[in-house]
Design a protein around this ligand. Structure first.
Ligand SMILES: [Zn+2]
Length: 427
């Protein structure tokens, strides 16, 4: 055995003192006592699966002044995320095999953590979805406009769901109805105006269309960044193959909070009221919501020195997601079972990768956590190019050590890993 890692290990819902054996990057055994060529004993520190973020925008290629895959993946690593899945609205947009292959090569040279890449399904490339699906990690559909996105008409949804079934890959959907957004568009001067421009009923309408169009089709369908009570209510009656996610910002922030400067919190779907926020948090606790996804979408500081109306939408969050919720688990605002389910197990299942769980045969993607090490989030110590956090001064617990495929990437909160270590998780 190459390596054994000892500590209080999270296995099947509880913590047990034991040793994880690692061979060639995979977990080869889990025993009460065992010793490999190298043995690391973390005493009573917690050992959890590393997180998987199925929704990031690392802006590479094409917008590397905002972020690039080295800074984005570095932020992920420090935040205990061992694998990220990048959205296709980079430049050029990922809509065909050539662009997809080029992007995978580019990212492979830069990434600190493992990664997947989505392809966008638009009105004009539906028939190529099967071919692209051989290689991409999944598909993205934009039903409503957002930053640099290509849309798909809702009349084409059913055809897409049918078309991708044989690929076995998931389709992730930005669920805001375009006509509804058009109808409600108003002049925007602040976050409340932005919310009024994109009301809950637009999300509700889009989700209704998704559920209707996917009836009796067994493709993996994931509704991204759920933000409203109405949306959650509809999804309570979803079929097994439909999942949904929520972001840290929709769970923790709302328009009633005194958020400044307002335009930096502009995001789609918008931050809503504390009523929606609380219902969503309850949805996470009770298990109705499957996944926590950061929707990490950074912009530069210069881009935010404009009028509210002209400011781009999107918040950073890949580095702070797991640490914020580790602190909440410590404070018993949600259980460790739910935490591991929404950040590790369910994401791994949705994108179909052998990670997200401490189990023989899976990748040894592991974090070591000292629950006594609370800290306050300070953006100056984060690694994204955008240099700010919507969670400045919030309490968090960052992992001390992070392993990816048995290799230590972070040791005592310091970087050990190299750019280019991260691998594409598909073919
Ligand atoms: Zn997104």
């Amino acid at each position: 055995m190459d390596l054994t890692i000892e500590g209080k290990v999270y296995i099947n819902g509880s913590f047990e003192k034991c040793c994880i054996g690692v061979d060639q990057g995979r977990i080869s055994s889990i025993k009460k006592i065992s010793k490999g060529e190298k043995h690391l004993d973390f005493g009573d520190k917690l050992i959890l699966p590393a997180g998987i973020d199925i929704h990031v925008h690392f802006r590479d290629p094409g917008m590397i002044h905002k972020e690039d895959f080295s800074t984005g993946s570095l932020a992920a690593a420090f935040g205990g995320i061992s694998c990220v899945f990048d959205m296709p609205n980079t430049i050029p947009q990922v809509t065909n095999l050539q662009v997809l292959s080029d992007k995978i090569i580019t990212l492979g040279k830069k990434s600190y953590v493992d990664f997947g890449v989505y392809s966008c399904v638009t009105n004009s490339n539906i028939k190529n979805a099967r071919e692209i699906g051989e290689k991409c990690s999944g598909f993205k559909i934009y039903m409503g406009n957002s930053t640099n996105s290509l849309q798909l008409d809702k009349s084409n949804l059913r055809e897409v769901f049918k078309e991708i079934y044989s690929t076995g890959k998931p389709v992730l959907i930005h669920a805001e109805d375009e006509q509804c957004l058009d109808k409600n568009k108003t002049k925007e001067r602040n976050l409340v105006d932005h919310l009024n421009s994109r009301p809950s009923k637009c999300e509700e309408k889009a989700i209704r269309d998704i559920l209707e169009s996917s009836r009796n089709i067994n493709s993996k369908i994931h509704v991204c960044h759920l933000s409203s009570y109405e949306g959650l209510e509809l999804l309570k009656n979803r079929a097994e193959n439909v999942s949904c996610g929520v972001t840290p910002h929709h769970l923790l922030l709302s328009v009633e909070k005194d958020l400044k400067p307002q335009l930096r919190y502009k995001v789609n779907p918008p931050l809503r009221k504390s009523f929606d926020r609380e219902i969503l948090f309850e949805g996470v606790r009770s298990g109705f919501i499957d996944v926590l996804e950061s929707d990490h979408a950074p912009h530069n500081f210069e881009e935010s020195i404009v009028d509210f109306e002209d400011a781009p939408s999107g918040l950073p969050g890949v580095e702070t997601m797991f640490p914020l919720f580790l602190h909440m688990a410590k404070k018993r605002k949600l259980s460790f079972q739910r935490l591991v389910s929404i950040i590790c197990e369910r994401p791994a299942y949705i994108v179909g990768i052998p990670k997200g769980k401490i189990e023989v045969g899976r990748d040894a993607d592991i974090i070591v956590v000292d629950l006594k090490k609370d800290c306050k989030i300070k953006s100056e110590y984060l690694h994204s190019k955008c240099e700010w956090s919507p969670f400045e001064d919030w309490s968090a617990i960052f992992p001390m050590h992070v392993f990816v495929r048995g290799k230590k990437l972070i040791e005592e909160h310091e970087l050990l890993g190299n750019q280019g270590f991260g691998r594409f998780v598909g073919k």
